[in-house]
Design a protein around this ligand. Structure first.
Ligand code: HEC
Length: 285
């Protein structure tokens, strides 16, 4: 019982750190055999990182790209070219996040695809298309296991903001021009090698993913700083009235964290309800 409490206190203090600052919780140097028995399903972790990704993507699209376009900022496929004064499109922002994640220890992979993609390299394979049909029909995640990729989760990528629809419908390479708000435009596919995780591994992975989002946004700001007339970077967001200000990394990440925190915490501790549930007992025993 005492070890229950200690584990709960540990998990809660890690979450408190996660909610307040961006410093990653340290993974304990030693893990005893009994501690490793307390494990979470990989689905809990997929749900958490997907919530962070959704939050980052929606905030980037609705609060940066949308108002940014109206106040003079540009977003382009060629954003990383030295002579192009533009930021990454939402899908490319996700690719930068995925790239940053690759350089970190947790082996979490992510990929954005569609059955009607602007970029043909984002077209689903045959097997992925079967899973995607189910995602489209249920608008819920689909979990599977593969001998090569390990655990796989596919989550719907929904047109949650006006710019998703207008930009895709107007794009010269889009095979589909009648996207509507709330359509399932594609799916984010996640991979992880193992089916269960220790709570510390859960925190380490979610935190590494948060750090990857922060780094990707930081790379965008680094690019902006080199513009001929760089916009002000601080606590303001771009708006057609106020002009082309951009939030700094802490301001952007605070918005992401606020939007995703509830899911991240619930997936760790309260996924199936109140203390006393089997799930919570399994996490805490
Ligand atoms: C300003 C234009 C623009 C906006 C806004 C935009 N996209 Fe895209 N999107 C693109 C382009 C261009 C690509 C292809 C990028 C690549 O991989 O080269 C793309 C790629 C994608 C893909 C991968 C399949 C494909 O079409 O290649 C999905 C899924 C997707 N976007 C969904 C969304 C959603 C959902 C939103 C809103 C949250 C959104 N997009 C906002 C332009 C945009």
């Amino acid at each position: 019982m005492k070890s229950f409490r200690i584990a709960l206190a540990g998990a809660l203090s890690c979450i408190a750190i996660w909610l307040l600052v961006s410093a990653p919780p340290e993974l304990p140097e030693t893990t005893s055999a009994t501690e490793t028995q307390r494990s979470l399903d990989v689905e809990n972790m997929f749900n958490a990182v997907n919530a962070i990704n959704d939050a980052a993507r929606t905030i980037y699209t609705a609060r940066i790209v949308g108002p940014g376009l109206k106040s003079g900022l540009k977003f382009s496929e060629e954003w990383s070219e030295p002579d192009v004064e533009a930021g990454p499109l939402p899908a490319l922002f996700l690719r930068v996040v995925a790239g940053r994640m690759e350089s970190k220890p947790p082996r979490l992979g992510l990929y954005l695809g569609s059955d009607a993609p602007i970029n043909k390299s984002n077209l689903f394979s045959e097997t992925q298309t079967i899973a995607f049909e189910e995602v489209k029909a249920t608008r819920a995640p689909v979990f599977s296991v593969s001998s090569t990729a390990g655990q796989i989760a596919m989550y719907p990528d929904i047109a949650g903001a006006g710019p998703c629809v207008s930009c895709h419908n107007d794009h010269k390479d889009s095979p589909k021009t009648d996207w509507k708000l709330d359509d399932v435009m594609g799916a984010t596919t996640w991979t992880y090698p193992r089916a269960s995780l220790h709570p510390d591994e859960y925190l380490l992975t979610t935190d590494a993913f948060m750090a990857s989002v922060a780094e990707a946004y930081g790379l965008y700001l680094d690019k902006v700083k080199g513009f001929e007339t760089p916009p002000a970077i601080g606590t303001d967001w771009p708006s057609p009235e106020r002009g082309v200000a951009l939030p700094d990394v802490p301001t952007f990440m605070a918005a992401v964290r606020a939007k995703a925190a509830e899911t991240v915490m619930n997936e760790l501790i309260l996924r199936d309800g109140l203390p006393g549930d089997d799930k919570l007992a399994a996490v805490l025993q």
